[in-house]
Design a protein around this ligand. Structure first.
Ligand code: NDP
Length: 324
C-alpha cells in the first residue's frame, strides 16, 4: 500500500512516500480502515521534528476517515463497509489499523471531508471551551492563530457560546477570514500596529484585560498572553506552533492571581462515553449548519512534505487533508 514513513526526526524531507508498505493487520480491539482522507495536524510536525518523542520508524497522522475493511477480535458495533472517522496513529497511509474505541460511524448526509475538517480540531476546541475553561456568555476571550485549523473552528464555537472574541492572525487575508466568522476584534499580530497586540487587547477591553486566553502559539506569545489576561483570569496554553512555552516561574502568576492550564485533547476523551459525547456535540453543530468547516487543501499523499511546509510556513487557513 501507499504510506509515508519517518525513519528519523527532522524537517519535512524526512517524510518518505512509499508504495510498498505492508497493509497492517488489525489486532484485538482494532479495525482496519481504508482511508479516504487523512487529517494533517500541527502535532504531526512535533512528532516529525522530535519535539514530542515517539518510536521511529513511524507513520504519522492522528486521524482519518474511510471504510472499514476488516474487524479485529473483541470489537463490537462495526462491520465491514461502515463509513467511519477514527483517531489513532498511522494515518498517512492507504490503510490504518485503528482503535475501535476511538472510531465513530459517519452518518449519511455528512461527508468524510466535513467530518475530518472538524474532527480532531473541533473536539479539541469543544473540550477546551467547555472543560478547561467553561466559556460564559459575555466573556472576553483572546484566541491566537484564529484562522488556523483549530482557530477557524474555535472562533465560531466561542461566538456560539456568546463570548466576545479577540482573534489574532498573521496577515490581512487571515484577519479578514477571522472577521467573517464573527470575531469582535481582529489583530494582525504580524503588522506594525499589531505587534503591540497586548496594548490593543487592553484597549478593546477598557484596560481590564481578557477573561481567558487560548494560546496555541506558545514561545512567541506566552509573555504577552500573561500581560493581556485580566486579574483572576485564565490562560490556556495548548500548543507550540512557534515553539514550546519555557518553564515558568510560578510567582509570575501571583500579581494578578492568574490560573494556567496545559491540556491535551486525549485526556478529555479517554472513555467511550466522553469520546461519543464530544463527537455528538460536534456532529450536531455541523448538521445544524451552525459550524462551518474550511479545508485549505486536499493534498495527494505523495505531497505530504509540501503540506508540512505550508503548515509550518504559516501559509494555510482552516484544515489540511491528505488523499491517500
Ligand atoms: P494551524 O492550522 O492553527 O497552524 C498553526 C498556526 O499557528 C499557523 O497557521 C500560524 O497562524 C500560527 N503560528 C504562529 N506562530 C507560528 C510559527 N512561528 N510557526 C508556525 N505557525 C505559527 O494548526 P492546527 O490547527 O493543526 O493546530 C493549532 C494549534 O493547536 C497547534 O499549536 C497545535 O499543537 C494545537 N493543538 C493542540 C491540541 C491539544 O490537545 N492540546 C489538539 C489540537 C491542536 P498565523 O499565521 O495566523 O500566526
Amino acid at each position: 500500500m501507499k504510506g509515508v514513513v519517518v525513519e528519523q526526526t527532522g524537517g519535512p524531507e524526512v517524510l518518505q512516500f512509499r508504495t510498498s508498505q505492508p497493509v497492517p493487520t488489525p489486532q484485538a480491539g482494532q479495525l482496519l480502515v481504508r482511508n479516504n482522507l487523512a487529517g494533517v495536524n500541527y502535532i504531526d510536525t512535533y512528532f516529525r521534528t522530535g519535539l514530542y518523542a515517539s518510536p521511529k520508524p513511524e507513520v504519522l497522522g492522528r486521524e482519518g476517515a474511510g471504510t472499514v475493511t476488516a474487524v479485529g477480535d473483541g470489537t463490537s458495533g462495526f462491520t465491514v463497509g461502515d463509513r467511519v472517522a477514527w483517531m489513532g496513529t498511522g494515518g498517512y497511509a492507504e490503510y490504518t489499523a485503528v482503535p475501535a474505541a476511538k472510531t465513530v460511524k459517519i452518518p449519511d448526509g455528512v461527508s468524510d471531508e466535513d467530518v475530518l475538517a472538524a474532527f480532531l480540531s473541533g473536539m479539541t476546541v469543544l473540550t477546551l471551551a467547555k472543560e478547561t475553561y467553561p466559556v460564559q456568555k459575555g466573556d472576553w476571550v483572546l484566541l491566537h492563530a484564529a484562522a488556523g485549523g483549530a482557530g477557524f473552528l474555535m472562533t465560531q464555537v466561542l461566538k456560539i457560546m456568546g463570548a466576545k472574541v479577540i482573534g489574532t492572525a498573521g496577515g490581512p487575508e487571515k484577519c479578514a477570514l477571522v472577521k467573517s466568522l464573527g470575531a469582535d476584534v481582529v489583530i494582525d499580530y504580524r503588522s506594525e500596529e499589531g505587534k503591540d497586540w497586548v496594548k490593543l487587547v487592553k484597549e478593546a477591553t477598557g484596560g481590564r484585560g481578557v477573561d481567558v486566553v487560548f494560546d496555541s502559539v506558545g514561545k512567541d506569545t506566552w509573555e504577552g498572553s500573561l500581560e493581556a489576561v485580566k486579574r483572576k483570569g485564565t490562560i490556556i496554553w495548548f500548543g507550540n506552533a512557534s515553539g514550546p512555552v519555557p518553564p515558568i516561574a510560578l510567582p509570575l502568576l501571583s500579581p494578578k492571581c492568574v490560573k494556567i492550564a496545559r491540556p491535551q485533547l486525549f485526556g478529555y476523551i479517554e472513555t467511550r462515553e466522553e469520546f461519543e459525547y464530544y463527537f455528538n456535540e460536534l456532529l450536531s453543530l455541523l448538521q445544524s449548519g451552525q459550524l462551518k468547516v474550511k479545508v485549505h487543501k486536499v493534498y495527494p499523499l505523495e505531497q505530504v512534505a509540501q503540506a508540512h511546509i505550508d503548515l509550518e510556513g504559516r501559509k494555510t487557513t482552516g484544515k489540511l487533508l491528505l488523499k491517500p
